[in-house]
Design a protein around this ligand. Structure first.
Ligand SMILES: [Zn+2]
Length: 531
């Protein structure tokens, strides 16, 4: 039995852990890295085609975003997750493929003009559709047998609609170990969705630590604080631009805005329009509405019982087509624009920033986590100007952050979550920035007397013998994002090599005619590329 830590080790994005149980190869999450990459990740120690199963905690791209790449590399096994995550991934992975293809064609137009090499998208729509076809839905709390020696159960993590912690009962011979992956742990009293459920026992816990060094401010009334930002901006003649994650945060904002409208909290502009400018957010909102009975918390359900849809209100305008999106810029009313992506790295929000960032009457309101190295993080940290579509844009608008709404538990929430698990043998801490992790590991060791450890990518652990087999050292990289993407394309090539090696090994015993043909074909490829 083996656990190998691959991604989100001393980092916040790119979640991925590799397991070997009873000869089966299993990945838990395969997420995309977002923002600046700090450490080189170890490669998954086999070709994608040799992975038997994937278990997925939730739909966020930093947990699911590389599944199409895995499919493109030859993985055609099952991806098990909750039923709502299947619905959300079906739209999010398509959206991610669309972004990859769109960025590639945009870069290629520039590259062509400069006579540079063409840019290859990380994966295509076909790869995304392929990965989606492998998703297998489960209900929360339903224990099922994944394969011989491996039983699995998904528990509500209260972080996003459909999000789960994963319990794994792993048996080899007469030895069974229970592994628990926390996934992203939700915040208590998050709007709309239920609080995280707790787990009582585990031998080994692999847990997130995003906010492991801080306590969330809890404003008495989030709705009032939000309304104040809107009122101040409208009073000086501006609009409020909100970069927001299309899935999760956007629906929470709609939930609050409906209450602001209902309680008539904005003076002089009661009919202000709210533009939801994100096809993904629009589709995600309808998935939320379809799953209200199984996923909403008591407060949200009480609206539903009164016949109120808590996610919609008059003056909410949905922009689906690019024309509808562009038309927002010509609407001269004071307004709210909610658009993705949440860290301003891609999508329509970049256009809205270009149009609004340089005007001092506007407010850019951040409502979510901004990873290191993203455009959102530079704005929050006070950049005077930023680059958008190759153009320098001055930052004159007011930049604000609305604290107190977070999809992640703070240090108290994480502590409560881990405290429910009786005497785990070890706790592996992942999914946090370096300094945060150090702080959280020390807290687990000193205050909770747990055997806690933050592994670097490549670290291997044997749950049967309770031994760390390989203790990996950090491999820092300071490349920019484009560099790391090019790197990923090279990694695809390396994965193809692994696949070829496996194919050759398995070819022993085939007819001499087949072997000779394969040899000729490989030599032809080498001849072509060595020229
Ligand atoms: Zn998440």
């Amino acid at each position: 039995m083996k656990i190998q830590f691959i991604g989100a080790t001393h980092e916040v994005t790119g979640s991925c852990t590799y397991l070997e149980i009873n000869q089966f190869r299993i990945l838990v999450d395969f997420g995309m890295e977002q923002g600046r990459d700090m450490y080189e990740n170890a490669q998954i120690p086999c070709a994608p085609a040799q992975i038997d199963y994937v278990l997925l905690t939730h739909a966020h791209i930093d947990h699911s975003g590389l599944l199409p790449l895995l499919y493109a590399g030859g993985f055609h096994g099952e991806i098990h997750t909750t039923d709502v995550t299947v619905s959300l991934c079906s739209i999010m992975l398509r959206d991610s493929a669309h972004i990859q293809e769109f960025e590639a064609s945009w870069r290629n137009r520039k590259a062509e003009r400069k006579g540079e090499e063409p840019y290859v998208p990380l994966y295509t729509m076909e790869d995304a559709v392929g990965a989606i076809s492998q998703l297998r839905p489960h209900k929360y709390e339903e224990k099922f047998q994944l394969c011989e020696g491996v039983e699995v159960r998904f528990i509500d993590a209260g972080h996003l609609l459909g999000s789960a912690s994963i319990e794994i009962w792993a048996t080899e011979g007469s030895e069974t170990r229970k592994l628990v992956f926390s996934g992203d742990i939700g915040n208590l009293n998050q709007p709309l969705i239920r609080d995280p459920q707790y787990i009582d026992e585990a031998d080994y816990v692999i847990m997130e630590s995003t906010y492991g060094d801080r306590k969330h401010e809890r404003p008495k009334d989030y709705v009032t604080a939000f309304a104040q930002v809107i009122q101040q901006t409208f009073d000086r003649g501006g609009s409020v631009i909100i970069p927001s994650f299309a899935v999760g945060r956007t629906q929470e904002l709609l939930y609050f805005l409906r209450q602001i409208k209902e309680r008539k909290l904005i003076k002089n502009y009661p009919d202000f329009p709210v533009f939801m400018d994100s096809p993904l957010a629009i589709e995600a909102t309808s998935i939320f509405m379809r799953n209200q009975n199984s996923c909403y918390d008591e407060e949200a359900l009480s609206y539903v019982r009164q016949g109120i849809n808590p996610l919609t209100f008059p003056d909410l305008i949905l922009a689906t087509t690019p024309e509808e999106s562009r038309a927002i810029n010509f609407d001269k009313r004071r307004k709210i624009i909610i658009s993705a992506s949440g860290m301003c790295e891609a999508g329509r929000i970049k256009h809205h920033l270009k149009h609004n960032l340089w005007q001092s009457q506007n407010t850019i309101l951040f409502v979510g986590y901004q990873a290191y190295g993203t455009l959102g993080r530079s704005l929050v940290e006070g950049a005077d100007s930023v680059k958008l579509f190759g153009e320098t844009v001055q930052v004159a608008a007011e930049i604000r952050q609305l604290a107190g709404i977070s999809g992640h538990a703070d240090v108290d929430g994480l502590t409560t979550w881990i405290s429910h698990i009786q005497n785990p043998k070890r706790v592996f801490v992942i999914h946090g920035e370096n300094s945060v992790m150090e702080h959280f590991v020390a807290h687990l060791q000193n205050d909770l007397k747990l055997k806690a450890y933050a592994p670097y990518s490549g670290t291997e652990f044997d749950p049967i013998s309770d031994q760390i087999l390989i203790e990996a050292v950090p491999k820092p990289i300071m490349k920019n994002k484009a560099g790391s993407k090019a790197n990923t394309v090279y990694h695809r090539l390396l994965a193809a090599l692994e696949r070829l090696t496996g194919l050759i090994r398995r070819s022993e015993g085939r007819t001499n005619k087949d072997l000779a043909r394969l040899t000729d074909q490989i030599n032809q490829i080498c001849n072509k590329w060595e020229k």
